[in-house]
Design a protein around this ligand. Structure first.
Ligand SMILES: [Mg+2]
Length: 287
């Protein structure tokens, strides 16, 4: 008790880790990468998986909604493909030139004396490229990407019967505008957000205590799972807080404004950071 009284003006750090999604979180939706990514996925579905062109948008929407990523959904309903080929097709032609160095965010991140970890469903090449384009490649101590949670040991595809049987069901499943209920969903072999096992593995790999972690993501579903398993959560991309989100930031640039307590233990360091509300909400990304 003596200890607590003596140091009551310096409470134990509320957060020891900051966990960040990448796409549409560290840069805004207006960059156009997300839209281009969706187009590329639909092109992959037509060209490589033979899905009819007039159905891909709806199928992709349903799979994305139910599985967190289109890739996880496609694998769940029985499509088999090489993960590296998928990633290079889908991410290889993205307009990365739209992403510009973001010195404001870089200063904000570097001024935070808290461990920072990336947790993305994207593949490692894509994540590295985005971080490099934004000038943030040295701001994080660890990157958890698709490959971290889905190591392939050189073989990306499997020809298991389970997968083949599901493929026979896929038309029926995919023709539905919505899956009847979550329990009826075929399982995906891919480990990704928003599924709890992805979070659990990420915590283990990065040695993270969720109760001491603030999680930033633009996906409501990811935020909701995160909240359920003990993370403190920040929904990015909107100022409207929804269920599961402890905070909501229209832009990651507003992080200091919305979460002043992050800097409280290190006020002196943060004094060197030039910041204003105006700068904070300005996007450094060319739309
Ligand atoms: Mg995202």
């Amino acid at each position: 008790m003596e200890y607590e009284n003596q140091y009551q003006h310096v409470p134990a750090a509320k957060y020891e880790w900051l966990l960040f999604d990448v796409d549409d979180t560290l840069y805004p939706l207006s960059s156009g990468l997300s839209k281009a990514c969706t187009n590329n996925i639909e092109e992959f579905m037509i060209q490589k998986l033979g899905i009819e062109g007039n159905k891909v948008s709806e199928i992709n929407r349903v799979l994305y909604k139910n599985y967190g990523t289109s890739m996880a959904g496609l694998r769940a309903v029985g499509y088999n493909f090489d993960y590296d080929e998928y990633h290079s097709f889908v991410h290889g032609r993205l307009p990365y030139e739209n992403l510009k160095p973001d010195p404001v965010l870089r200063s904000l991140l570097l001024s935070l004396p808290i461990r920072k970890v990336i947790f993305s469903n994207g593949d490692k090449v894509h994540v590295a490229k985005v971080l490099r384009k934004l000038g943030l490649e040295d701001c994080f101590e660890r990157v958890i990407s698709f490959e971290t949670l889905n190591p392939t040991n050189g073989s990306n595809t499997s020809d298991d019967e389970h997968s083949f049987q599901l493929r026979g069901l896929s038309t029926e499943i995919l023709d539905a505008t919505n899956f009847p209920c979550q329990s009826a969903l075929p399982e995906t072999p891919i480990i990704c957000k928003p599924f709890e096992n992805a979070f659990g593995q990420a915590f283990k790999i990065a040695n993270i205590n969720p109760q001491k972690t603030l999680f930033f993501d633009d996906s409501i579903r990811n935020i909701q799972t995160g909240k359920q398993i003990g993370l403190h959560t920040v929904l990015v991309g909107t100022s409207h807080r929804t269920n599961g989100a402890d905070y909501a930031l229209e832009s990651i640039h507003n992080i200091r404004e919305a979460l002043p307590e992050l800097w409280e233990s290190d006020t002196k360091k943060s004094e060197g950071i030039r910041y204003s509300g105006k700068v904070a909400i300005r996007t450094s990304v060319m739309a």
